[in-house]
Design a protein around this ligand. Sequence first.
Ligand SMILES: Cc1cc2nc3c(=O)[nH]c(=O)nc-3n(C[C@H](O)[C@H](O)[C@H](O)COP(=O)(O)OP(=O)(O)OC[C@H]3O[C@@H](n4cnc5c(N)ncnc54)[C@H](O)[C@@H]3O)c2cc1C
Length: 418
Amino acid sequence: MKNTVAVLGAGIVGVSCALELQRRGFDVTIFDRTGPGRETSYGNAGVMARSSLMPFNHPGLWSSLSKLLKNNSASFRYNPLFVAKNLPWALKFLASTRAAVFHETTAALDALIRLSATEHRRLLSEAGAAHRLRTTGWLFLYRSEEGFLGSQLSRDTFGKFGIATQALDARELAQLEPHLKPLFTRALWIQDTSSVDSPGQVVEAYARLFTARGGRVQQASIHGLRRSNTGDAWQVTDDAGTVREASRVVLALGPWTREFAKKALGLSVPMAFERGYHMHYRAAGGASLGRPVYDTGGGYVLSPMEQGLRLSTGVQLTDRAAPRNLAQLDLAEQAAREAFPLDARLDSEAWLGSRPTLPDSRPIIGECPGRAGLWLAFGHQHIGFNTGPGTAALLGSMMAGETCAFDPAPFRPSRFLG
Ligand SMILES: Cc1cc2nc3c(=O)[nH]c(=O)nc-3n(C[C@H](O)[C@H](O)[C@H](O)COP(=O)(O)OP(=O)(O)OC[C@H]3O[C@@H](n4cnc5c(N)ncnc54)[C@H](O)[C@@H]3O)c2cc1C
């Protein structure tokens, strides 16, 4: 019992934590109601970028806020009722644009992203999935000089953290991505970026590595979590009423964490949902992309994937389970067709997922205050696929009582809990 860990959630975060704890000698079981990498960690854009240290709520947000509040762009939509119901979250989210918070967040995310890059490479190789990794960077595309100049804060921040980038003019962009239509006057090539051709398959490969090393993945919908009467174990109850005990638990339920933590533990997690859609397309006329591109004016990301070109939309801030609204996807598709020769849609239905976001855009990583043995790893907003393995490395060091690769204080649960 002493060394047993129950990991709740088999997204990139849960599976990475399970592998790391197993490597450290713990006896680990993962519980998930679907299977490894079938939810948010399946549908993302597969980008692992150093530039992702820029949170959505950076100091420059204020200059674009009036435009975003019009609620008609492809990059950002919101449900006013959701914002009203989650006003404390929204106010803290906006307050986190303050320079001091921004500096702490970018430094913390930079460290987490760098650690994750090393861990991902190790895991991809150990899991036999290294062929899925592309190291061609990604491109921010600008439809006007004004758009490019508006990205000054991002470019300054990338420079501050030594992130390799190259500004391109239209001719240089055409050389790098010859099949993009001549729509973009400027681009920023972020070279310190890799990407994968199937994030879901990567998580599945990591899960196979975990089971090959003796770990267990249990398909079960978890319903309850409580301390045992003796106080030295946690009891995990599934929907069928089966109770399993473990000395430690890792809560890694991604966007479902808020609901579960409230219901099972009475914990209020200040999480909002930045929902996003994706759709796959065949490229027309043999066109291709060598790397993911982010059309900053069009508000979408287009990534080459195993299934075709994956178009991912920006943010829809609303309840996790609110009805679908495909307006953003339609708008993004229209913009993407202006930029690239896309053929017909390949999926009968758009995929929908939720980026789980805490007010300061940093995940929670660490032991829950006042609940020994309950470890938390959630809230990875736009960058969870990127930062799952670094999260696991930090959590593993903390659980083992070792010094972490860097100071994990910016991710401490006590920011919002206890
Ligand atoms: C459109 C879009 C594009 C994105 N693009 C990128 C990108 O390019 N790069 C990047 O790094 N990140 C990206 N992200 C963010 C990234 O996908 C998430 O941050 C990450 O997948 C979160 O991982 P997770 O393991 O925390 O959650 P999940 O992958 O959602 O895993 C949670 C798991 O918990 C399970 N679960 C939930 N409730 C229960 C229960 N009661 N019992 C049992 N199991 C349960 C679910 O089945 C699920 O498997 C994107 C997100 C979206 C929506």
